[in-house]
Design a protein around this ligand. Sequence first.
Ligand code: ADP
Length: 429
Amino acid sequence: MPKVWTWTLFSYGAALVAGGLVGFLYDRTTLGVLTMALGLLAWQLYNLYRLERWLATGKIAEIPDGNGAWPPVFAKIQFIKSKVKRRGKRFRKLVKELRASTEAFPDGGVILNARHEIINYNQAARVLLGLKNRRDRGQRLENLLRYPDFVDYLNNPAERQAVDIPSPAGGETWLSCRLIPYGPEQTLLLIRDVSQRVKIEKVRRDFVANASHELRSPLTVIMGYLDALAEDDRIPDSWNQPINVMQDQAVRMRRLVEDLLQLSKLESGQSVPKDRVVDVAAMIAAARKEALALPDHPGTIGIELQSPANLLGEETELQSVVSNLVANAVRYTPPEGEITIRWTVDADGGHLAVQDTGIGIAEEDIPRVTERFYRADGGRARQRGGTGLGLAIVKYALRRHDAELEIQSRLGQGSTFVCHFPRDRLALS
Ligand code: ADP
C-alpha cells in the first residue's frame, strides 16, 4: 500500500481512538467515536466539494491544497486535465488545418446525410452550386438540384459514375457531380467544373453536324448526275462499271452522312419524354420488312411477341434501334442462318432481343463494338456495307430512353443484342 494511504488510515484510526478516549472521560465513548467519525466525514465532503469546484471552474494551476490522501488525487487529476487540454489544443489545430485545406480545394465538396440533407460544404461548392450559408445548410439536395438525371443518380449512386448538370448558379458553367458514400450513412458529393470539356464536346458535335449537313447537298447533286449518266445511252459501255462503282460509293457516303447527323443529334439530347406511345409490334414488323429487302438476307427472320406492352418515347429513334440491330444481324449472318426478333416483359421491364446465328464477335471486341467506327472484323465489316456507326446510334438512342444494351456473342456461333427498357418506359394497356 502506498505510504500516504498507510499514514491516512493510521491518522484516521488515531483520530477515532482519540474521540473515543475523550468520550470515555465523560462516560460517552460511543458518542465520542461517532462525533469524530462525523468530523472526518465532514472533512472528506469539504475536500470533495473543493475538488468539484476546481474541476468545474478552476484553472489547472490553481490546485487545491489538502492533506491525507487528497493531494496525490488532486495532482493526478491536474496531470490528466493538462494532458486533455494539450490534446484538445492539438485536435482543434488539426481540424482548423483540415478545414483550411478543404476550403482551398478547387473542387466542391458537400457532405450529405442519409436523407440527402446538406451537413457541410467547402468554399468551392458554395460558389459552384450558389449555396447561401445559413439558408441552405440542412436543406435536402433534391430541393436545390432538381435535374431529373441528377435526382436519379442521387437515389441510385451505384448505377453510374457521375452526371453532368448545368450549374444552378447560372451562366455557362457545367458541373460533373460524383457521389462517394462513406461511413455508415454519409455521402460525399464531389463537384468539378467541366464547362471547358462540355464546350469542346459541343463544338465537336456542332462541327460534325454542320459538316454532315453541308455535305448533303453536293452529294445529292453528284448522285443525280451519276443516275443520269447511268441511264444515258450515249455513254460508252466501258464506262458502266466505273459509274456503278461511283454510284455505290456515293450511296455509302450518303448513309455515312445521314448516320453522322443522326448520331450528333442523339448525343446532344437529354432523356426523351414519356408522353408518346410507340407500337412495338409495328416497329418490329417494319424492321423485318426492311431486312427482307436487303441483299443476301437469311431465309428465316422470325418474330416472337411475348407481350402486348408498348414503349414510351420517340418512335423514329426506337425504330432506328431495331432497324440497326436487325440490319447488322442480316449483314453478319450467312443466308442459310436464322434471325429472331423477340419482345418480352417481366418485373424488371421490357426486353427487345435480336438474335442471330451469324459470325459472332470475339470476347475482347464485345465491349468496344458500340464505339464509333470500331469494327470487330476490320475491313470485312466495311465491305459488308456498314458505316461503323450503327451500334453507336443504338447506344445513344437507348440512353435517351433510359435503356441499356446487352451484347451476348460467341465467335462463329452467333450474337444476341438485348435492349433492356425500365418499367416506367412501358405502356401497359
Ligand atoms: P457496322 O456498320 O460496321 O456494322 P456497327 O456499329 O453497326 O457498325 O457495328 C460495329 C461492329 O460490331 C461491326 O463492324 C461488327 O464487327 C460488329 N457487329 C455488329 N453487329 C454484329 C452481329 N450481329 N454479328 C456479328 N458482329 C456484329
